[in-house]
Design a protein around this ligand. Structure first.
Ligand SMILES: NC(=O)c1ccc[n+]([C@@H]2O[C@H](COP(=O)([O-])OP(=O)(O)OC[C@H]3O[C@@H](n4cnc5c(N)ncnc54)[C@H](O)[C@@H]3O)[C@@H](O)[C@H]2O)c1
Ligand SMILES: [Zn+2]
Length: 474
């Protein structure tokens, strides 16, 4: 997704940290092949403990170095799991720096020891020796790694170039890749609250600041035209979009098109942007004929998410985001909406990032993110985008999706309290059919099955219409 998405993802860390397990989970989540260097080595040289004892550490490190080099030189992107001592090789560290996003899976000493004690690993026979080596290795992992991860969600976010951290706005200057000039784009409201912090954090790299109108007004050709003409960056510059989803969609599209595309970094400030809009590289603007009709896939160089910024978000805007959070929780099958902000944002962002890494151009599985949205879009269109917000429409759409999936609707009703909207039933049905063609009296929807979301589930048109009708007041 990010530029980082093209490199291998290498997992380093101490013996017993859980690299192989995490590597397997990460590979599945992001849809990349897994290369476990120790396992490949064992196929070549037989059991590693035996080789180690017979030939000594130096000879083992030499064959290990060759095996790592072999794995990292392969093309395409894989998840490469390295043995605990592999990074002691300077040649390996150099190769990692060039060909991989290297993640250090950090685990505490006793957790590692508990996993390996009593086994046959030559360097895990004595606790004191194991502890000493643990301390010796830490600075080496720190030097080799681009980031530290604790679990698979951290690893997915790192693979996607999404940086989630409380206080990240204060470090924005360090988080914008490269060293070229930066243009800061935000809406007047967000600029008034967080603009100064962003400017201070960008420091001398900040070359220009721009404003887009607030809300959907940002996503118009007129606003884009003004921004295109104001921008002074050359091709080495980076556009930083500080704001909610309207700002990141419009500014991201400006970055996709200005000088045929320059680097950009969304710094997401609304809940909608932090869990959804700023992740996955979709940028664009609206046309009078409909929303998001002109745009481009343009992956950010990095996405910056600072959950602390949600503290200034108005309650109504928070509810907009909670609709997407509930959607994500239903897709994951966990009540993510119960988590505190930092964890809620981290988990939801990681879910979307993984889906987008598996299907970067929205050709298949990414459709699951549309859970409830067929109904939502129909209601929004029937209301002519007035009097019903996207979040309210999604809440209703989720209700319909749950009912058609034969699921408990309580989470949606309790959390989002969706109220039926007074729109014209025929108009809503027409809009839904424009969105989704009926084939043989059936429509294809995203629904929840027993083992998670399913796309393209055929549902009789009459059932879809009945479910839509239940969302409409009067
Ligand atoms: N590209 C995608 O994949 C994607 C996904 C979902 C939604 N979107 C788009 O996102 C847009 C909606 O995003 P949104 O709801 O964030 O809209 P928005 O950008 O208009 O932000 C909502 C409001 O909240 C204010 N705000 C934002 N952050 C704040 C903060 N920290 N403190 C105080 N106020 C703050 C903004 O000034 C604005 O008034 C829609 O246009 C939608 O199409 C895009
Ligand atoms: Zn949505």
């Amino acid at each position: 997704m990010a530029a980082a998405g093209l490199k291998h993802i290498a997992l380093v860390g101490y013996m017993g940290a859980g690299k192989s397990t995490l590597g397997g989970e990460l590979a599945t989540r992001i849809g990349a092949p897994l290369v476990d260097v120790d396992a490949e080595l064992a196929e070549r040289i037989g059991p590693i403990p035996d080789y180690f004892r017979e030939r000594g550490e130096a000879e083992f490190r030499a064959v290990e170095e060759a095996a790592v080099a072999d794995a990292l030189r392969r093309s395409g992107r894989s998840v490469v799991v390295l043995g605990g001592g592999a990074v002691t090789s300077a040649a390996t560290r150099e190769l990692l720096a060039g060909r991989a996003t290297t993640l250090w899976l950090d685990a505490d000493l006793e957790t590692c020891w508990a996993r390996v004690r009593g086994g046959d690993r030559p360097l895990a026979q004595d606790h004191d020796d194991f502890a000493r080596r643990y301390e010796e290795r830490r600075p080496i992992y720190a030097e080799a790694a681009d980031g530290v991860v604790r679990d698979v969600d951290d690893a997915v976010l790192a693979a996607a170039g999404v940086h989630v951290e409380r206080g990240a706005l204060q470090r924005l200057g360090d988080l914008v890749p490269g060293s070229g000039a930066v243009a800061l784009v935000s809406d007047p409201h967000v600029a008034g609250i967080h603009g100064v912090d962003a400017q201070l954090a960008l420091g001398p790299r900040l070359a220009e600041t721009h404003e887009l109108p607030p809300g959907e007004e940002a996503k118009t050709l007129a606003a884009l035209d003004r921004l295109w003409q104001e921008l002074r960056l050359d091709r080495t510059g980076t556009l930083v979009a500080l704001g909610g989803g309207c700002t990141t969609d419009a500014a991201g599209f400006a970055a996709a098109t200005y000088l045929r595309g320059i680097a950009w970094v969304p710094a997401a400030t609304s809940l909608v942007a932090q869990v959804d809009a700023a992740i996955g590289g979709k940028t664009g603007i609206d046309l009078p004929q409909g929303k998001n009709l002109v745009g481009a896939f343009h992956l950010p160089a990095r996405t910056v998410v600072d959950p602390a910024l949600l503290e200034t978000l108005p309650a109504a805007q928070r509810r907009e985001g909670m609709a997407e959070v509930v959607k994500t929780g239903l897709l994951v099958g966990e009540p993510l909406w119960e988590l505190r902000d930092d964890e809620l944002v981290r988990r939801c962002a990681a879910f979307k990032a993984a889906v987008c890494l598996r299907d970067p151009h929205d050709r298949g599985e990414r459709k699951i993110l549309n859970l409830g949205h067929t109904f939502a879009h129909a209601l929004e269109a029937a209301a002519a985008y007035e009097g019903v917000t996207h979040g309210q429409a999604v809440a209703l759409g989720l209700l319909a999706a749950l009912r058609l999936s034969g699921r408990d609707t309580a989470p949606v009703e309790e959390l989002l309290r969706p109220a039926p909207v007074p729109v014209d039933r025929e108009r809503a049905w027409q809009a839904l059919q424009r969105d989704k063609k009926t084939v043989g009296g059936e429509l294809r929807l995203v629904l929840l099955g027993d083992d998670g979301p399913r796309i393209d589930v055929p549902v009789p048109a009459a059932d879809v219409r009945r479910a839509l009708d239940e969302l409409i007041a009067g």
